[in-house]
Design a binder for this molecule. Structure first.
Ligand SMILES: Nc1nc2c(c(=O)[nH]1)N[C@H]1C(S)=C(S)[C@@H](COP(=O)(O)O)O[C@H]1N2
Ligand SMILES: [Mo]
Length: 219
């Protein structure tokens, strides 16, 4: 027996020592600012709402330590997020104010840079999904999604939309700009993408890591 073990990584992942700004190179030129804009709630709802971000601060604050797993195979461990449970936000704000169509079972998130990703309602209501506005005890840095990002640790990083500005309640899944976006993208099942098996995508995506990090570095 070893004296201690590294916590195991999901299949096909490798640990990184640093936490890079990562994402879609197509959106890399976007320069986010700290200006907090309204969070729009649209789609299959009886009432369209533009939410004052301060409304969120009325929810109970939760803390979480989790790993981020990028679909391109890097993982960064033990990030301390702080924010609000998505399920709490849904229960206390979305349901009473927007009255979503009970038949709409998908939630599409939009970042201010143009990135979009969709989660199943049951996945986004899981007790480990949070809307984070703090990281490692500080306000969320711009590189990691200020002013507000989703953190869905059981799903590949592309579902954890940064610079969140809009939420759309939908009847169906519609893939976003992430290559081959999988409707669920659960890390434990290696659901990296649609149609292509996860282990095949490992080797296709891995060479993109270095290039992507350089493309997203700020001067
Ligand atoms: N708005 C936005 N959110 C995004 C992305 C992006 O390009 N734009 N990239 C996603 C991907 S692919 C990953 S792996 C994580 C990376 O998070 P980080 O930049 O905090 O490391 O953010 C996700 N959320
Ligand atoms: Mo990613």
């Amino acid at each position: 027996m070893p004296l201690y073990m590294e916590s195991a990584l999901p299949p096909g992942q490798r640990r990184r020592e640093d936490f890079p700004r990562f994402g879609m190179p197509a959106f890399a030129g976007y320069a986010p600012t700290d200006i907090v804009s309204a969070l729009s709630i649209r789609g299959e709802v009886a009432h369209l709402v533009d939410l004052d971000p301060l409304t969120l601060k009325g929810l109970a604050r939760v803390e979480q330590e989790s790993d981020l797993h990028c679909v391109t195979t890097w993982s960064y461990g033990k990030i301390r997020w702080s924010g609000f449970l998505f399920a709490d936000f849904w229960e206390r704000i979305v349901l009473p104010r927007c009255t979503p169509d009970p038949g709409a079972k998908w939630v599409r998130l939009r970042g201010a840079d143009g990135h979009r990703a969709t989660l199943r309602l049951e996945d986004i209501l899981a007790p480990d999904v949070i809307l984070a506005d703090q990281m490692d005890g500080e306000p969320l840095p711009l590189d990691h999604g200020a002013p507000l990002r989703l953190v869905a640790p059981a799903h590949y990083g592309y579902k954890s939309v940064k610079h969140l500005e809009g939420i759309e309640i939908r009847r169906s899944f519609k893939p976003g700009p992430a290559l081959l976006e999988h409707p669920r993208a659960r890390v434990a099942f290696e659901e990296r993408g649609r149609r292509v098996p996860g282990p095949v995508l490992r080797s296709l995506y891995r060479p993109l890591i270095g290039y992507t990090i350089r493309a997203l570095e700020r001067p």
